[in-house]
Design a protein around this ligand. Structure first.
Ligand code: FE2
Length: 431
């Protein structure tokens, strides 16, 4: 790609509350951030009009191989995780590489328009053809100019439970898949689950790769694979490179055990990714009332110093019929489910779909500091809290100093006697 032209953003508000800030992008990088910046002559400028300028959204947990397949070959009647896995098994033999690529690219278009510029996607390797792996590697190549796609080799049917899974997982890594995945709670026994965690961590250590396991995605409080994940992470020196995704069993665990577990997670430097939309939808399905929410213990993990991100997980697939690549919707669900409604709690939920997820992926040059890549999104809101409340319009999406997407401000034309014709949904809290 040729060098990006200079770009000046005038008068933005930043997520940390600073107002009246200009940002200058030169050669695709952030060259200056501050009030009343001078720019080289003829630099094109965009008036931010006080709107919120944020680093782009990042999704730390997604399934790009199954997205937009809702209804193929049928819908999930029970709404459970297990029927979703069975349904995906029915669909797999019917997949074509062309259709996988087409759907994934369509989703990436949605993502960019929503200011979502980096996605970690799991890709199912339990198919001897590795059709989805090849398709998503091609998609990664095609979108590289505008979206960072990180792929996780994911043995959906179980690493030890599915006969060719380990071989296929290694083949996928050889082809260029970035991260080692797993699903210990879906192995035949707890013992085999623990064995899979050990094996996968050792494989990652050998190859110098990161690990991201679907871990304890169950309402069973005795599903404790995260403690094994913490053990091997610590034993192999993988701190900061390993993620436990879901950890929904923690929702149902005994409080005493959790008081031991959270410090172990912190000690191992594990990242945790909750998937609020999917957890609230799939967990608690065997409960009558009261029904469990199922999401892991987000505020408690954050309070212990653990990096917690939020993922979208699914959009229009065998597990979830809704979604539109909107990470503000994900964060808003997270803050409701975790009751993180305070100003500080909302800020943490905004961070969970931006900076925290960037840490999970290990993105370099992410942020609004000088020297970072000039990637950002202008939101029609005055603060992260307002962005969450409104699922704010993405007025402008920029990557490497180039404008990728523009969206008109949200408003309405009113016809009310004695009232203004337009409506402004933004409003700051009094006091
Ligand atoms: Fe997932």
């Amino acid at each position: 790609m040729t060098t990006a032209p200079p770009l000046l953003i005038r008068n933005a508000t930043l997520p940390d509350g600073r107002t009246g800030i200009d940002l200058l992008a030169l050669d695709g990088r952030i060259a200056a951030v501050g009030a009343a910046l001078a720019a080289p002559p003829d630099t094109p400028s965009i008036a931010a009009a006080g709107w919120l300028l944020s680093p782009p959204f990042v999704d730390a947990h997604f399934h790009l191989d199954s997205t937009l397949s809702h209804g193929l070959p049928r819908v999930n009647a029970s709404g459970t995780l297990l029927e979703g896995i069975a349904l995906w098994g029915e669909l797999k033999p019917l997949l074509t590489e062309e259709a996988l690529v087409e759907r994934a690219l369509a989703y990436c278009d949605w993502a960019v328009a929503r200011g979502l510029l980096a996605i970690r996607s799991h890709v199912d390797i339990c198919d001897d053809r590795l059709l989805a792996v090849r398709a998503l590697l091609e998609v990664k190549r095609l979108v590289a100019g505008y979206l960072d796609l990180q792929l996780v080799a994911f043995p959906q049917d179980g690493l030890l439970r599915s006969p060719q899974a380990l071989t296929n997982l290694k083949r996928a890594l050889d082809l260029g898949v970035d991260v080692v995945g797993g699903i210990p709670h879906f192995e035949r026994t707890s013992e085999q689950g623990a064995q899979s965690v050990k094996l996968l961590c050792e494989l990652a250590a050998e190859r110098g790769l990161r690990v991201d396991l679907h871990c304890d995605e169950t309402d069973d409080p005795l599903s404790r694979h995260v403690e094994t994940l913490a053990l091997h992470t610590q034993r192999l020196g993988l701190q900061g490179r390993v993620t436990g995704s879901h950890l929904t069993s923690m929702h149902s665990m005994d409080n005493y055990y959790v008081s031991k577990l959270i410090p172990l997670i912190r000690e191992a430097g594990l990242h945790v990714v909750a998937n609020p939309l999917i957890n609230i939808t799939l967990q608690g399905r065997h409960d009558s009332y009261p029904k469990r929410r199922g999401m892991t213990r987000v505020p408690e993990l954050l309070a212990a110093g653990v990096n917690v991100g939020f993922g979208h997980d699914c959009v229009m697939d065998p597990w979830y019929a809704l979604g539109s690549a909107d990470m503000l919707e994900v964060a808003a669900m997270g803050l409701h489910v975790a009751q993180m409604c305070s100003v500080a709690g909302q800020q943490q939920c905004f961070d969970a779909v931006t900076v925290n997820n960037a840490r999970v992926l290990g993105l370099e040059g992410y942020g609004l500091e000088v020297g970072c890549r000039a990637d950002f999104v202008l939101l029609q809101a005055r603060s992260p809290q307002e962005a969450l409340r409104l699922r704010a319009q993405r007025l402008l999406v920029v990557r490497g100093g180039r404008v990728l997407s523009r969206m008109a401000p949200a408003t309405a034309e009113l016809a009310l006697p004695g009232r203004p014709a337009g409506v402004d949904f933004t409003r700051q809290a009094a006091g």
